[in-house]
Write a protein that binds this ligand. Structure first.
Ligand code: IPE
Ligand code: IPE
Ligand code: MG
Length: 249
């Protein structure tokens, strides 16, 4: 039985989020520049996107560039932006062909103009696609997102549009850049690091966390299947007890 066949299609996460980490180390291990790792990470993105679409996962969020990543050496930041523009330009056609909708979360306005333009065009061009939502987290950090949300809510309170006492979890959710996207049930991080690095702090409140030592450029469909199988073996209790979960009524 192949790994893919072991996946229960009736118990798929609706949303999988991935912290794609380890490109630089992968490249250095073979005596190459870090950017070589980023270039090779693109194939892993293609493979995992295809796997998610084939299985019927509805949302796939990929952490591609964090707010903190702006602090990397200028040459690396520039190379990443160039790669982003090039890849989105190249993949637009394939996204449409496969009925995949591109979305973005993050501080888009901080991106270089040509990058912003390429992305907004691709978002627009794929906006009617419905098979898989591919969400890129770009210039994203959770604290940036939460701060922006709180500012916006405070403005609405100031303007008398809402009362402070009316603020609910829904109010907060509706001011996040991920609004409308269900919370991820599964969060994967590659490269053997056990941390969240400012990613989706609000949204992963009850996500199952899956860590793998594989570096991102070596992560493929089979690795994605393994993560889904591990997810399906977990018991998600949401604060309750096991017997309540298994009650069949
Ligand atoms: C992840 O790989 C890609 C980005 C953060 C853009 P890294 O570039 O972080 O690679 P490592 O972690 O240094 O190996
Ligand atoms: C997290 O990876 C950000 C992305 C994958 C885009 P980093 O490599 O930037 O995270 P840290 O610095 O190891 O926490
Ligand atoms: Mg890293």
């Amino acid at each position: 039985m192949s790994l893919k066949e072991k996946i229960n299609l009736n118990n798929l996460p609706q949303h999988v989020a991935i912290i794609m980490d380890g490109n630089g180390r992968w490249a250095r291990k073979q005596g190459q520049e870090r950017v070589f790792g980023h270039q090779n990470g693109v194939q892993a993105v293609r493979d995992v996107t295809e796997a998610a679409a084939e299985l019927g996962v509805q949302f796939l969020t990929l952490y591609a560039f964090s707010t903190e990543n702006w602090n990397r050496p200028k040459e690396e930041v520039n190379a990443l932006m160039e790669l982003l523009i090039h890849t989105i330009h190249q993949e637009r056609h394939t996204l449409n062909k496969n009925n995949i909708r591109l979305r973005v979360i993050g501080d888009l306005e901080s991106l270089p103009k040509n990058c912003f333009r390429e992305i907004t065009e691709a978002i627009e061009e794929t906006s009617n696609n419905s098979r898989l939502n591919l969400v890129l987290a770009l210039s994203y950090s959770s604290r940036w997102e939460l701060t922006a949300a709180m500012k916006q809510i405070a403005r609405e309170v100031e303007a008398g549009k809402i009362n402070a006492s009316q603020i609910s979890e829904k109010t907060i959710e509706s001011h996040l850049s991920s609004t409308g996207i269900p919370d991820p049930e599964l969060l994967i991080r590659t490269s053997g690091e056990f941390r969240i690095s400012n990613f989706l702090l609000w949204q992963i409140a009850y996500a199952e966390l899956y860590f793998t030592p594989k570096l991102w450029p070596e992560f493929g469909k089979e690795d994605f299947y393994e993560a889904l199988i591990a997810y399906q073996q977990r018991e998600r209790r949401f604060g309750m007890i096991s017997e309540q979960i298994h009650k069949t009524s």
